[in-house]
Design a protein around this ligand. Structure first.
Ligand SMILES: *Cc1c(COP(=O)(O)O)cnc(C)c1O
Length: 349
C-alpha cells in the first residue's frame, strides 16, 4: 500500500533532481575544507540568511548543540522555552555534553517567550548564580503548533538581551516555513540573532543535513566543536549537493504545504469527535485531538488510520500531529480526511 505519511516533514525523500545532483556532485575532503560542493552550500546558506559564514552539519540537533557550545562554557546558563525542541527533544545534549545549565521559561501559546520573563530570568552578577549567556528562540515553533515568530518579536528579544550582554541563537529548523507564512525573507527573520540553524532535511526535502549560520568567528568556533562531536564528514558534497537543490528549488513552494495543511485542518474540524486544540495551522502542522467521547485509544486510532494508508504522529494522550510536505498532494489530504472520517464513524456504531 502507498502511504500518506503525515508523521513529519522529515520523512520527505530526495527529489529526482536531488538524486541527479548527488550523483554528479564534485567532492573533496570536507574536514580539510576541500569539498567544493559543501563550500558552495555553505556560501549559499550564509548569503540567504544574511550571515558571514555557515557550517554544514549532519542534523539540526548537532547544529543547535554546536551553537550552544560555541556560545556557552560549562556552567553557563541558556534561557529557553519549556516546549523548545532543544529542551525537549535533543536528548539533553547541551547539559550532557556541554555542561550548560538551562533556565526554562513557559512558552506562550504563540510560541514566544514573554519579554518580561526573559528579563527576569537574566541572572545578576552574583557568585551564587550561573552566568546567563544565551537565549534560544524557535521559529517556526514545533510544539506550539508550527507557529511563526515575527521579525519585530525577534528583534525585541535580541535588543533586550544584547543590552545585557547575552547572545541569541535561533533554532530555525523550519525558518523558511516561517518566512513563507509571513511573506518576509528568511534573512530578515535571522537578522536580529547571533546564530541560526535551519534544516535541509524537512520541508526542503534533502535527505540529510542542517546548516548553522553566524559570524565568521562564531563559525570557526563551531567548526572545531563539530569535529569534537564527530560531525566532521569527508566527501560530504554528495549530501550538500541535495541541499543546494533544496535551497534553489524547494523554498518557494513551501507555501503550498501551508495551503494543504489548512485544507486538511478544515476537513478534520468538520468530523464529529475531532477538534483542533491549537486552532487553524499557521504553517505546515496540524494538531488534532480525539475527544473523550470516542471509545478508541490513541493507539487504536493510529493503527486504524495506518490500515487505511495514513500515517500520523502521536504527540500526546488523544492528540496527533499531521505535517504536510512535498510528497503529500491534494489527493493525499483528501485520503487522510476520509480515513479519519471512516475510523471515527466506525467507532460510533
Ligand atoms: C527537527 C527539529 C530540529 C532538529 O532535528 P534533527 O532531527 O536533529 O535534524 C531542531 N529543532 C526543531 C524545532 C525541529 O523541529
Amino acid at each position: 500500500m502507498e502511504f500518506v505519511d503525515l508523521r513529519s516533514d522529515t520523512v520527505t525523500h530526495p527529489t529526482p533532481a536531488m538524486r541527479e545532483a548527488m550523483a554528479r556532485a564534485e567532492v573533496g575532503d570536507d574536514v580539510y575544507g576541500e569539498d567544493p560542493t559543501v563550500n558552495r552550500l555553505q556560501e549559499m546558506a550564509a548569503a540567504m540568511l544574511g550571515k558571514e559564514a555557515a557550517l554544514f552539519v549532519p542534523s539540526g540537533t548537532m547544529g543547535n548543540l554546536a551553537a550552544v557550545l560555541a556560545h556557552c562554557g560549562r556552567g553557563d546558563e541558556v534561557i529557553l522555552g519549556n516546549k523548545a525542541h532543544t529542551f525537549l527533544f535533543e536528548a539533553g545534549g547541551i547539559s550532557a555534553l556541554g555542561g550548560v545549565h538551562s533556565c526554562q521559561l513557559p512558552n506562550q501559546p504563540d510560541g514566544s517567550l514573554a519579554l518580561a520573563d526573559i528579563e527576569a530570568a537574566i541572572r545578576p552578577d552574583d557568585v551564587h548564580a550561573p552566568v546567563s549567556r544565551l537565549v534560544c528562540l524557535e521559529n517556526t515553533h514545533n510544539r506550539c503548533g508550527g507557529v511563526f515568530q515575527t521579525v519585530e518579536y525577534t528583534r525585541a528579544v535580541a535588543d533586550l538581551v544584547h543590552a545585557r550582554g547575552l547572545a541569541v541563537h535561533l533554532d530555525g529548523a523550519r525558518l523558511f516555513n516561517a518566512a513563507a507564512a509571513l511573506g518576509v525573507a528568511a534573512r530578515d527573520l535571522a537578522a536580529p540573532v547571533d546564530s541560526v540553524t535551519f534544516c535541509l532535511s524537512k520541508g526542503l526535502c534533502a535527505p540529510v543535513g542542517s546548516v548553522l549560520c553566524g559570524s565568521a568567528d562564531f563559525i570557526r568556533k563551531a567548526h572545531r566543536i563539530r569535529k569534537v562531536l564527530g560531525g566532521g564528514m569527508r566527501q560530504a558534497g554528495i549530501l550538500a549537493a541535495a541541499g543546494i537543490v533544496a535551497l534553489e528549488t524547494m523554498v518557494e513552494r513551501l507555501a503550498e504545504d501551508h495551503v494543504r495543511a489548512r485544507r486538511l485542518a478544515e476537513g478534520l474540524a468538520d468530523i464529529p469527535g475531532l477538534n483542533l486544540p491549537l486552532g487553524m495551522p499557521a504553517t505546515n502542522m496540524v494538531f488534532v485531538a480525539v475527544e473523550d467521547s470516542v471509545p478508541l485509544s490513541t493507539r487504536e486510532v493510529a493503527e486504524r488510520l495506518r490500515a487505511r494508508g495514513v500515517l500520523v504522529g502521536v504527540t500526546g494522550a488523544r492528540q496527533f500531529r499531521l505535517v504536510t510536505h512535498y510528497w503529500v498532494d491534494d489527493a493525499g489530504v483528501a485520503r487522510a480526511v476520509e480515513a479519519f472520517k471512516t475510523v471515527l464513524k466506525g467507532a460510533d456504531s
